[in-house]
Design a protein around this ligand. Structure first.
Ligand SMILES: [Zn+2]
Length: 251
């Protein structure tokens, strides 16, 4: 086979292989995204759990304060029953009233904390629901990856072997050019020639659609062991067999 034919064979196998790989890569990347989302939700849930604990501690501290105040008020009231004069009585009454006032504030604070605890618990419940749903999505994406591997695994192995075999037929220098272009164009290292008008010698590059000088077509036809590139995009040009035969017979 000619260099041009060897390159084209390599190109087609390479593109097929890339297609298969991108299907598998797509499935793997979906799985990674779903797993990352699940991790993120679990982290949020953990932080929320810590917030709940903290708020519960605050609420019970304040509740304890309120109970202490209540006990102190009870003691003061007892003392009020056994005072000897009005002055003492008034002093105790002032203290009781001050304590009652403070206790009211503390109870309000406790209520705010408890309301917050309830809110946080509700958020945590919602998050638990989301985590369950997300875990299901992770499961689905894992199954998809496994199915993809099972379906494509053997094809990938076979195609890789065929591609590698095709690559050994191409001289190292040409192969390096091919690989460089494949890297640059995401696999599309080569482009066919599109015949627009034979009479006026109008031919385009199928890669970038630019018009090609007649000289490139002539070289492709006459020197099948040379690499001919598109002057615009730089892809390696090739002629489909049908066009080559038809052009050869019309001369
Ligand atoms: Zn081009």
């Amino acid at each position: 086979m000619t260099l041009q034919a060897d390159l084209k064979k390599l190109y087609l196998l390479d593109m097929q292989l890339r297609g298969l790989r991108s299907r598998l890569d797509g499935a793997i990347s979906r799985q990674q995204k779903q797993t990352a989302r699940l991790e993120q939700l679990r982290q949020q849930r953990k932080e929320l759990g810590e917030q709940v604990k903290l708020m519960q501690v605050k609420a019970s501290t304040v509740e304890k304060q309120s109970q202490d105040m209540e006990a102190r008020i009870a003691t003061l009231r007892n003392q009020m029953n056994s005072v000897k004069n009005n002055k003492e009585y008034s002093a105790l009454l002032i203290e009781v009233n001050t304590l009652k006032n403070d206790k009211g504030k503390v109870e309000e604070e406790a209520l705010t904390h408890m309301t917050k605890v309830d809110e946080l618990k509700k958020q945590a419940e919602e998050l638990d629901g989301k985590i369950t749903e997300q875990a299901k999505l992770v499961g689905v994406s894992e199954t998809e990856v496994k199915a993809c591997e099972a379906e494509l695994g053997q094809q990938l192995t076979d195609l890789t072997a065929q591609r590698d075999a095709a690559a050994t037929l191409v001289p190292p220098e040409s192969l390096a050019t091919f690989n460089k272009l494949a890297y640059r164009f995401d696999g599309e290292a080569m482009a066919s020639i599109v015949e627009e008008n034979r009479r006026t010698m109008e031919y385009n590059c199928a890669g970038c659609y630019i018009g090609l000088p007649a000289e490139r077509l002539n070289r492709l036809m006459r020197k099948p062991d040379e690499i001919v590139v598109c002057p615009s995009c730089g892809r390696i040009l090739y002629i489909e067999e049908e066009l080559r035969t038809s052009l050869a017979s019309s001369k």
